[in-house]
Design a protein around this ligand. Structure first.
Ligand code: FAD
Length: 177
C-alpha cells in the first residue's frame, strides 16, 4: 500500500488473522483478516471448489473483496454470498453479495468506507487433487508473468475491456535489453 506524503487523518485498521469454517451446505465463512491463500488452502484441503483459481493472489479476504480481486476473467465477487460489515460509525450489518455493487476492481466498500468483518463464499464439493491442479496452474501463470521475487505494490493500471481490440497494460516479464 502506498500512502500519500500528506499522511492519513483518521484511524488505520490492520486486519490480520481470524478463522475459516464451513458454515452450511456449500458455504465457507472466513474472517476479513484471513489471507486469500489461507482461505484457498483450507478450501482445497476440505475438497471445496470455487476459490482455487485465485491461488497466489496476495492479500486478505477484506482487501480482496474491497477490490473484487480478479483472475483469468473471473471476479471474486461472483463467489460471495453474504458479508458482515461495520459502518464508519461502528454499526455492524449483514449484506448480500448482490448488495456489494461488485464491478471490475470495485465494490460498494470503496464508496461507503465500510469495513469488511467476514464473508461467506459459495463453494461446491470437488476432488482435492483437481482443485490442487487448478491452483498449481494459477501459480505457474503468476511465476511466468509476475516478478514475484521483487517487492511490488501490485497493479497500477486496470486491464482494458477484453471485448475491445487493445493491448493490456500488464505484459509478461521479459529480460531488459
Ligand atoms: C504480485 C501481485 C500480484 C497480484 N495479483 C492480483 C490478481 O491476480 N488479481 C487481483 O485482483 N489483484 C492482484 N493483486 C493485488 C492484490 O491482490 C490486492 O492488492 C490485495 O487483494 C489487497 O489486499 P490486502 O489485504 O493486502 O489489502 P491492503 O493492500 O491492505 O488494502 C487494499 C485496500 O483494501 C482496503 N481494505 C483492506 N482490508 C479491508 C477490510 N477488511 N474492509 C474494507 N477495506 C479493506 C484498504 O483500506 C485499502 O484501501 C496483486 C498484487 C501483487 C503484489
Amino acid at each position: 500500500m502506498l500512502i500519500a506524503d500528506r499522511g492519513i487523518r483518521g484511524l488505520v485498521l490492520r486486519c490480520r488473522g481470524g478463522c475459516v469454517e464451513v458454515s452450511g451446505d456449500g458455504l465457507l465463512r472466513a474472517d476479513a483478516g484471513v489471507t486469500l491463500n489461507g482461505l484457498i488452502r483450507y478450501s482445497i484441503r476440505h475438497g471445496l471448489g470455487g476459490l482455487e483459481a485465485w491461488a497466489g493472489t496476495p492479500g486478505t479476504v477484506g482487501g480482496g473483496i474491497r477490490g473484487n480481486a480478479h483472475f483469468g476473467g473471473r471476479l471474486l465477487g461472483e463467489q460471495v454470498v453474504r458479508v458482515a460489515v461495520a459502518s464508519r460509525v461502528g454499526e455492524v450489518r449483514e449484506l448480500l453479495g448482490s448488495e456489494l455493487e461488485f464491478g471490475y476492481d470495485s465494490s460498494r466498500l470503496q464508496r461507503t468506507g465500510e469495513v469488511l468483518l467476514a464473508a461467506v463464499f459459495r463453494v461446491s464439493p470437488q476432488e482435492p487433487s483437481v482443485l490442487r491442479e487448478t491452483a498449481r496452474r494459477s501459480l505457474t501463470h503468476r511465476k511466468r508473468t509476475q516478478p514475484l521475487g521483487l517487492p511490488s505494490a501490485g497493479c497500477a493500471f486496470q486491464n482494458p475491456d477484453p471485448k475491445r481490440d487493445v493491448v493490456p497494460a500488464v505484459c509478461p516479464v521479459q529480460p531488459v535489453r
